[in-house]
Design a protein around this ligand. Sequence first.
Ligand code: FAD
Length: 415
Amino acid sequence: MKRYSVFAIAREALRHHTGWERAWKSPEPKKEYDAIIVGAGGHGLATAYYLGKNHGIRNVAIIEKGWLGGGNTGRNTTIIRSNYLQDSSAAIYEKSRSLYETLSQDLNYNVMFSPRGVMMLAQTHHEVRGYLRTAHANALQGVQTEFITPQRVKELCPILNIDGPRYPVLGALWQARGGTGRHDAVAWGYARACSEMGMDVIQQCEVKGVRSENGKVTGVETSKGFIGCRKLGVVVAGHSGQLAEMAGFRLPVEAVALQALVSEPIKPCMDIVVMANTVHGYMSQSDKGEMVIGGGTDGFNNYTQRGSFHHIEETLRALIETFPIISRLKMLRQWGGIVDMTGDRSPIISKTPLGNCFINCGWGTGGFKAIPGSGWAMAELMAKGEPGPLAAEFDMWRFKEGRFIDESVAAGVAH
Ligand SMILES: Cc1cc2nc3c(=O)[nH]c(=O)nc-3n(C[C@H](O)[C@H](O)[C@H](O)COP(=O)(O)OP(=O)(O)OC[C@H]3O[C@@H](n4cnc5c(N)ncnc54)[C@H](O)[C@@H]3O)c2cc1C
């Protein structure tokens, strides 16, 4: 596959862009693979990529029922940060954030990682105490964050009203190397790199059943027929419960819709990401100028991949005191994704009761930031059959045994 470079752009400009190749192949499935990954979202594609890159396993298919990146990966608000409280969370999210730093070069694909800084506002005394505690924990974990004053908040984000009558800004947890990335590009970059390694990215192919023999997985029933495999990785976010049922076990995961919206494009006015967790909303500005706004999940389980009117009103009402300028903005688009929520708001990267079947899910409302680190850890688990240090704490049996990794407070907004 030809490399993307400034010379390639110049060459193609001279020949009217007639020489670009397809970024990835769309083959028919083979009869059998060493490993099948179900779900071509960011986590599934990253798992396949690191299986090939770190462990030399390249006879791999990534099977997707829709189009790649069409799930939550292409629907999220792209916040990347690693300021989590618990050690095991900080380790995997920081690994991920640091992989994002060089991901464009590693994949030879511009994922537009923009470390513009992420700020989590403290608007109650409880939050001040909580974020001070997180800042101290992060210092011990080697994650660079700091607690900043309201004046510094105003300097970094002048459109913010720090003197709100209900929720004045009392400080913020600031991660200067957090930021955003281009969600589709992350999926496309990994897919292209997987295809280049000889892996098969198979779209429009739904997994409808899991076949096993003597307690071990032998393959999957799909809308394109049976495909055999020696190892199976299930990486389907909001559909994890369905795939688990096919494989014969139950998961402690709930599916709910999470929504986001963007405004009409306006001139640049905000060059960082701000999360206001007490009032339950967050905002950044896209390169096109739209204000990207997100809030909470629906209060009931569902598989609805779309937005709803009550959400627009709730989220904007929450943010308007802190960001008065949005009161005059027209909202342009709104959408939803099905997120996979665990009880402790931490992910599952785990072996399962079915032999050679592994699961990666539970990233809920915050898994975009984790894509590279999660793929790295899941690939190690699938290749070796045992979790490495990054995944060790995230097994599914922790819920049975009470070993929770409680991130409900650090999960950004209180979903
Ligand atoms: C509105 C919104 C805002 C968000 N904001 C952020 C944010 O700012 N920062 C952040 O870090 N995270 C955010 N997230 C969360 C993040 O998007 C997800 O955690 C992450 O994208 C999950 O990636 P994934 O690869 O696990 O899942 P997905 O991208 O959903 O991929 C799973 C894939 O599996 C496929 N699939 C399902 N069932 C089958 C089947 N039977 N057969 C074959 N394929 C199947 C689906 O079609 C899908 O493409 C947000 C999510 C939403 C919805």
